[in-house]
Design a binder for this molecule. Structure first.
Ligand code: FAD
Length: 310
């Protein structure tokens, strides 16, 4: 059995694996896709101390750092079930879709999240070429340019307020006939001179010139008419979905499906810790996920030295 088994090979899982392995304990990491969301990222400019890198390069460095240690790396493995210990202090089990059953004294869940997509023509083609999902990451790339934010919930309105300070103009498009963000955010939004708000708007197409975004088309749901907005960037803010469907019923999840953790990364199940975008951590960023992965591993190690026989 593993002393510590990590599920997920993004920044959070990789950090947890390195912290665990450096304690000299038996460490395993199972990941559906080692690297995680970083693999889908182009420029990374906010990983502190590294001025600029690119997602695929960063993902290779993550895996290389983990492989510097004696870690059992199980890539292309999807976990489908977490089974609590039969008795206090007993082994936890993680079932893989391949059929394998992994046993461990402690488990760290770091399965990350995925951005909900608009699923309209042009979105895939222009991802990272004007279509973006993370204002903290990509906002500065659109300095002085025109952007749209899709989604009028809290994250969309927060993104629009944030971007309005950087870009020349923001068009916020909400599908419903009213914004769903907190009133205080809506007031702030409406006070900004360079923001237009469209309600009852359904984005139907991302337009581009073959290499980058040039606009978008939305349908006015009140009369069915199509309108075109010329712009350089589109921030999609219609939800971040945690990859936790497989954990339902096994541990406590928030109403949004995030793994509920305390400030040590502990979940509702003894011996099980969690970190990164899959959890209730308030901000979803690489540096934050790595810090959380390290916290979870150190907490799990604390748990091991208190509960395991020498
Ligand atoms: P993830 O990176 O999502 O990794 C999750 C891991 O778990 C993956 O290995 C996945 O395959 C695996 N997994 C999922 N389900 C299972 C399962 N059932 N069984 C086994 N394995 C599973 N952040 C920044 O700080 N700067 C940026 O510039 C930046 N740009 C971004 C650009 C884009 C396009 C996107 C999508 C995100 C960006 N982010 C950026 C956010 C950043 O990538 C995430 O905050 C970070 O990757 C979260 O790390 P994580 O380890 O929690 O999860």
């Amino acid at each position: 059995a593993f002393d510590m088994l990590i599920v997920g090979g993004g920044p959070a899982g990789a950090a947890a694996a390195i912290y665990a392995a450096r304690k000299g304990i038996r460490t395993g990491i199972a990941a559906e896709r080692f690297g995680g969301q970083v693999l889908d990222t182009l420029a990374i400019e906010n990983f502190i101390s590294v001025s600029y890198t690119e997602g695929p390069k960063f993902a290779v460095a993550l895996e290389q750092h983990v492989r510097d240690y004696e870690v059992d790396v199980m890539n292309l493995q999807r976990a489908s079930r977490l089974v609590p210990a039969k008795a206090p202090g007993g082994l936890l089990e993680v079932q893989l879709e391949s059929g394998a059953l992994l046993k461990a004294k402690s488990v760290i869940l770091a399965t990350g999240a995925r951005w909900r997509q608009m699923n309209v023509p042009g979105e895939d083609q222009y991802r990272n070429k004007g279509v973006a999902y993370c204002p903290h990451c990509d906002g500065p790339l659109f300095k002085g340019k025109r952007v749209a934010v899709i989604g009028g919930g809290n994250s969309g309105v927060e993104a629009a307020i944030d971007l309005a300070g950087i870009v020349s103009h923001v068009t916020l498009i909400e599908f419903d006939n009213q914004l769903r963000a907190d009133e205080v955010l809506q007031r702030k939004l409406r006070s900004l001179p360079n923001v237009d708000v469209v309600v009852s708007g359904q984005t139907t197409e991302v337009l581009g010139d073959g290499s980058k975004v040039t606009g978008l088309v939305y349908k006015d749901r009140t009369n069915g008419e199509s309108r075109t907005v010329a712009l350089e960037g589109i921030f999609v803010q219609i939800g971040l979905l945690p990859n936790t469907e497989w954990l339902k019923g096994a541990i406590e999840l928030s109403p949004r499906g995030e793994i509920v953790i305390d400030d040590r990364g502990a979940t509702s199940l003894p011996g099980v810790y969690a970190a990164g975008d899959a959890t209730t951590v308030p901000f979803k960023q690489i540096v934050i996920a790595m810090g959380a992965g390290s916290t979870a591993a150190l907490s799990a190690f604390d748990h091991l030295i208190r509960t395991s026989a020498p």
